[in-house]
Design a binder for this molecule. Structure first.
Ligand code: CTP
Length: 408
């Protein structure tokens, strides 16, 4: 397999320092990185630091004859399998949306036909400004992949959306786009990378959609990111993985068998069909209720007060597996809580019969976001992990599974 090549464009934002960690992660996966810095990026990190990590010259000046004679800007744009702009400032994205090419970075972006990933980072107000949102829509329409920024405290002291996702999350997205041959294996599971060889891991992910009539349904805000990250981490560790997913907009991780479903009942049927499994992660946010009768025709407004919608309970997939004759050897449930997290998680452990409950505090921006703060609740007690990217949570969960299976 040939080494994948990234052209990394670093534009000028406070998050530019995270590009250094990103380069380190990519190099560890044998991805070749060549870097271009904008003039303002050089105010935040030095070309020297970036050059040491890429092991190559850092480019920046289109009118430097020496640089151009060694490798011209057209060549730079042609040699990459993927161009990554990290961080992508509001300014560089505005220029791209308008087709402006007034420095080396923007000229490359206009000249390339390689896929482009932009990883925005900026102040929350800049992110929400209509001009930025307009530019993002234009860039998406132009075929550029844009990562969602994280929410949280900002360097400027404000709070909100606009933070650069963790480098590990960006690296995972890059690998996804490259479909790189070597999986990203974090240090914690190094040496264990094929430890789940011969095991079947079953994962549910995403929301379910419960139809009301031919055009409406009941749903929730689950993005599927955490479940997909677990499926990927399990596959990276050598497992055979079945991922039963509700409707989500995510690519299937490499090496994973995906079964798409819509409703809770379809999810249960797909899960039972996939048994036996050595390990099952029930990550899906299954709708607890569905309508008693799905209307055959679109329900019309009657104008006489509230419309009746009779809801009945859906099967509980986790609880069904908890007492199933083919119960997975290690059964792991998830719990989304907004209050009294430990109490509710412990009650779910007792009621549904899994071995662990991974409890998420969803009072913030977890649903749809890229990071998660989790508590692992088992009969032995509670283990609390610091807030981590969803990919890192997945890797640590798989590491814990490897450990438990090795002990048993
Ligand atoms: N779950 C399931 N089937 C359902 C509902 C939930 O398999 N019909 C699973 C989820 O995949 C998750 C766990 O149960 O692993 C907990 O889900 P959660 O929605 O937090 O729990 P509920 O039982 O719905 O409890 P509550 O809504 O009261 O918090």
């Amino acid at each position: 397999m040939k080494t994948p090549r990234i052209l990394l464009i670093v534009s000028g934002g406070i998050a530019a320092y995270k590009a250094l960690e990103l380069v380190r992660l990519l190099r560890r996966e044998d991805i070749a990185v060549r870097a271009v810095m904008t003039e303002s990026a050089r105010q935040f990190v030095t070309p020297l630091s970036l050059g040491v990590l890429t092991g190559d010259q850092v480019y920046g000046n289109m009118f430097d004859l020496k640089e151009e004679s060694e490798i011209g800007h057209i060549q730079l744009s042609r040699q990459a399998d993927l161009i990554v702009i990290c961080p992508a400032t509001a300014n560089i994205m505005a220029k791209m949306a308008a087709g402006i090419a007034d420095d080396l970075a923007t000229t490359i972006l206009l000249a390339t036909d390689a896929p482009v990933l932009a990883v925005p980072a900026m102040n929350v107000r800049m992110w929400h400004h209509p001009a930025t949102q307009r530019n993002l829509a234009q860039l998406r329409a132009d075929g550029i992949t844009i990562m969602e920024p994280d929410s949280g405290g900002m360097a400027c002291g404000e709070w909100g959306k606009g933070r650069l996702p963790e480098p590990e999350v960006v690296a995972a997205e890059i690998r996804n786009l490259l479909s790189a041959p070597s999986p990203f294996v974090p240090s914690e599971v190094e040496g264990h990378s094929r430890a789940l060889h011969g095991k079947h891991v079953l994962v549910t992910a995403g929301p379910t959609h419960e139809p009301i009539d031919p055009v409406r349904y009941i749903a929730n805000r689950s993005s599927g990111k955490q479940g997909f990250a677990i499926a990927r981490a399990a596959a990276d560790a050598g497992a055979r993985v079945t991922l039963v997913s509700g409707p989500v907009a995510l690519p299937t991780p490499r090496g994973v068998t995906r079964v798409d479903v819509e409703t809770a009942r379809e999810m249960l049927a797909a899960v039972e069909a996939a048994l036996p499994a050595d390990v099952a992660f029930m990550v899906a946010a299954v709708a607890d209720y569905r309508t008693q009768d799905e209307a055959a025709q679109k329900i019309k407004k009657s104008g006489d007060g509230p419309a009746p919608l009779t809801l009945i309970e859906n099967p509980d997939i986790l609880a069904t597996l908890g007492k199933h004759p083919k119960r997975p050897g290690l059964l792991i449930g998830f719990a989304a809580e907004t209050e009294k997290l430990a109490d509710h998680a412990q009650a779910k452990l007792a009621r549904k019969g899994p071995d662990w409950i991974v409890a998420n505090d969803v009072s913030g921006d977890v649903m749809g976001g890229d990071a998660n703060s989790v508590h692992i609740v088992t009969a032995q007690g509670i283990d609390t992990w610091e807030r981590l990217p969803k990919g890192a949570v997945a890797n640590r969960l798989i590491e814990k599974v490897i450990h438990v299976l090795a002990v048993d």
